[in-house]
Each structure stands twice: as structure tokens, then as C-alpha cells.
Design a protein around this ligand. Structure first.
Ligand SMILES: O=c1ccn([C@H]2C[C@H](O)[C@@H](COP(=O)(O)OP(=O)(O)OP(=O)(O)O)O2)c(=O)[nH]1
Ligand SMILES: [Mg+2]
Length: 159
């Protein structure tokens, strides 16, 4: 497969930077194989966001996305913040709809034991761009039989 035909199939993510997002790096893939685009906190210079243990806050990114139709962005936590500080996304994975034109925000929660200061420019989460299907909804009288049936929630055991 040639490089050109390959890049033709790569989705294009349009990004608009809002006033408070100016001066921050655009989201980018940190390595050639990264799945997620790291998102930075666009906290105003004169404002502090300190997450106390157990508390949550909506963190601005200063970004508006224009996703192609048929794609979503999933907002996921960064494992380093989760491991070192207990900071994660409360609604993970956050769903960014392709028709959403508001600012991308990250809902962080502090599950650690210490206060956590969100600094401007800090990489707080990552966005994974993924294809998504909208199903055709069909109401039916019954559903087809399967070997699993209604078994779930550990029905296959642990070993
Ligand atoms: O972490 C997130 C999750 C959502 N959103 C934005 C984009 C998304 O398209 C919109 C709606 O998200 P969702 O459908 O998860 O929230 P809702 O509670 O169902 O709100 P709505 O009624 O607006 O759909 O909010 C974010 O900026 N960050
Ligand atoms: Mg919704």
C-alpha cells in the first residue's frame, strides 16, 4: 500500500484554539505509535485549580474539535497521573460527539490522598480518535438463541 493511499484513509481532526488556549502546544501524539493525543490544561494564568482529595473539576482545554462524521473522540486518563497521584477522568472514557462544537473539557477527579494542583499546560488526559457506528434500531418480539444465553457477570468462572 502506498503512503498516499494510506494517508487518504486517515481521519482529519480540525482543531480551533480558543483565546485561553493560545500559547499552549496543540494536542499531539507523543510517540510514533501513540494511540492518544495528549490534552493540556488551559487553566487561566491568574486562576488556580487545586483538586482536593475526593473532589472533581471540569478542566478547560481551550480547544474545539471538528471530528469527521463516523468518528468520536474518547477522553481517557493518563496512567502516570493515575498511578502517581490518583488523578483520573471521572467519566472515562469521555465521549466527544462528532457534532459537538463546544470546548473540549476534561472531568478530573482526585482519588489520591493529597491535594493536586492542575497547572496551565499540564498534560491531563488523552483523546483517542475512533470510528463509531450508529446502529439502525429495530424493535423485535424476541432475540436469537445463543450458547451464553443470559449468563454474564462471572458466569464463565475465573480460572
Ligand atoms: O469528557 C467529556 C465528555 C463530554 N464532553 C462534551 C462533548 C460531548 O459531545 C458532549 C456531551 O457529552 P455526553 O453525551 O457524554 O454528556 P451528556 O450528559 O449526555 O450531555 P448531552 O445531553 O449534552 O449529550 O460534552 C466533553 O467535553 N468532555
Ligand atoms: Mg449525551
Amino acid at each position: 500500500m502506498s503512503t498516499i493511499s494510506n494517508s487518504d484513509s486517515v481521519p482529519r481532526l480540525g482543531i480551533v484554539r480558543l483565546q485561553h488556549g493560545q500559547g499552549l502546544d496543540l494536542p499531539s501524539y507523543e510517540t510514533t505509535g501513540s494511540a492518544g493525543l495528549d490534552l493540556r490544561a488551559a487553566v487561566p494564568e491568574d486562576r488556580q485549580i487545586v483538586l482536593l482529595p475526593g473532589r472533581r473539576a471540569l478542566i478547560p482545554t481551550g480547544l474545539i474539535f471538528e471530528l469527521p462524521a463516523g468518528y468520536e473522540a474518547q477522553i481517557r486518563p493518563r496512567s502516570g497521573l493515575a498511578f502517581k497521584h490518583g488523578i483520573t477522568c471521572l467519566n472515562t472514557p469521555g465521549t466527544i460527539d462528532s457534532d459537538y462544537r463546544g470546548e473540549i473539557k476534561v472531568l478530573l477527579v482526585n482519588l489520591g490522598n493529597d491535594d493536586f494542583r492542575v497547572e496551565r499546560g499540564m498534560r491531563i488526559a488523552q483523546a483517542v480518535i475512533a470510528p463509531v457506528a450508529q446502529a439502525i434500531i429495530e424493535e423485535r418480539e424476541s432475540v436469537g438463541d445463543t450458547a451464553r444465553g443470559a449468563g454474564g457477570f462471572g458466569s464463565t468462572g475465573t480460572a
